[in-house]
Design a protein around this ligand. Structure first.
Ligand SMILES: Cc1cc2nc3c(=O)[nH]c(=O)nc-3n(C[C@H](O)[C@H](O)[C@H](O)COP(=O)(O)OP(=O)(O)OC[C@H]3O[C@@H](n4cnc5c(N)ncnc54)[C@H](O)[C@@H]3O)c2cc1C
Ligand code: FES
Length: 261
């Protein structure tokens, strides 16, 4: 079941998405995940969306049994955590390189610690960082406070699929992230790219990146599979000879395509 972790703070981003700041000190790297347990309800994998001196942050979308129960918890309540698990982003490959990070919807939770690492770590400085994020509509935007901070320190493009039924005036892009790749400057064969989001978004965006001469072996993504143990024992996440919980969830795109075909 793991160790108990107190919910220190809850940030409600949208009707269905929220972040918990947890009083659990976990040393991990961006891209890793934890298994979150609720007694008598179940266990689910969730990416670590932030590391801080007070503990870790997780961010989830209410989609089913466990996430609905989680959404009813309050600050001061406890849940259980195991991890960190899995392989995170290959930080050494990004050192002194030009990096483009692309994410959609709750996928932004998985790339948030990577962007924060790149912006704060002077030793392994990234040459140039751009972040391209897509959300369903302005009211679905996550991490508004953090995005404002990122905008001061790197290139940030935010797009929404639609502004229909919105009361908020929207000055950003409208369309899918794939349509905004062309607005990012200096993309080429040496650009390293991280993409996290729905499979179709990843597929279309990779096609556009390759059109801009990005090499497919310079692209990494994070795969979501149903998981149980998180440690390579139960076989739930197995695709051929790979265990997504152990060998991933972050994979180089060349390997990822052979797994999801
Ligand atoms: C490595 C990893 C990291 C993840 N990180 C996050 C995160 O940061 N934030 C977040 O909101 N979610 C994340 N997920 C997905 C999350 O684990 C599922 O949303 C969660 O398991 C749903 O549990 P539930 O009991 O609420 O829903 P259930 O009652 O189990 O299912 C509700 C619906 O969601 C579908 N579903 C359940 N699990 C998945 C899944 N893994 N992929 C696709 N569809 C699924 C079911 O088929 C069903 O249709 C991650 C998954 C993995 C494998
Ligand atoms: S989740 Fe059990 S083997 Fe990966």
């Amino acid at each position: 079941m793991g160790r108990p972790a107190e919910i220190l703070k809850i940030d409600r981003h949208t009707n269905a998405e929220m972040s918990f700041k947890l009083g659990a000190h976990i040393q991990g790297i961006p891209g890793q995940f934890v298994i979150v347990s609720l007694a008598q309800v179940g266990e689910i994998p969730i990416s670590i969306s932030g590391f801080s001196s007070t503990g870790v942050e997780i961010t989830f979308r209410k989609v089913g049994k466990v996430t609905s129960e989680l959404s009813h918890l309050k600050a001061g309540d406890e849940l259980y955590l195991r991890g960190p698990y899995g392989k995170g982003f290959p930080l050494e490959c990004f050192e002194s390189q030009r990096l483009l990070v692309i994410a959609g919807g709750t996928g932004v939770a998985a790339i948030k610690p990577l962007v924060e690492y790149c912006l704060h770590d002077d030793k392994h400085k990234i040459k140039k960082l751009d972040v391209l994020l897509g959300f369903r509509s302005p009211k679905h935007i996550l991490f508004r406070k953090e995005l404002k901070r990122w905008e001061k320190n790197c290139g940030v493009v935010i797009t929404v699929d639609t502004t229909e039924d919105e009361t908020e005036a929207w000055a950003g892009g409208i369309g899918f992230v794939v349509d905004f790749v062309k607005h990012v400057s200096d993309i080429g064969p040496k650009t390293k790219v991280v993409i996290v989001g729905p499979p179709l978004m990843i597929k279309n965006t990779v096609r556009e990146l390759i059109h801009h001469d990005v090499r497919d072996d310079n692209i990494w993504t994070s795969l979501e599979r149903h998981m149980k143990c998180g440690v390579g024992k139960c076989g739930h996440c197995r695709i051929r000879d790979k265990y997504v919980c152990l060998d991933g969830p972050v994979f180089n795109y060349v390997e990822a395509t052979s797994l999801i075909d």
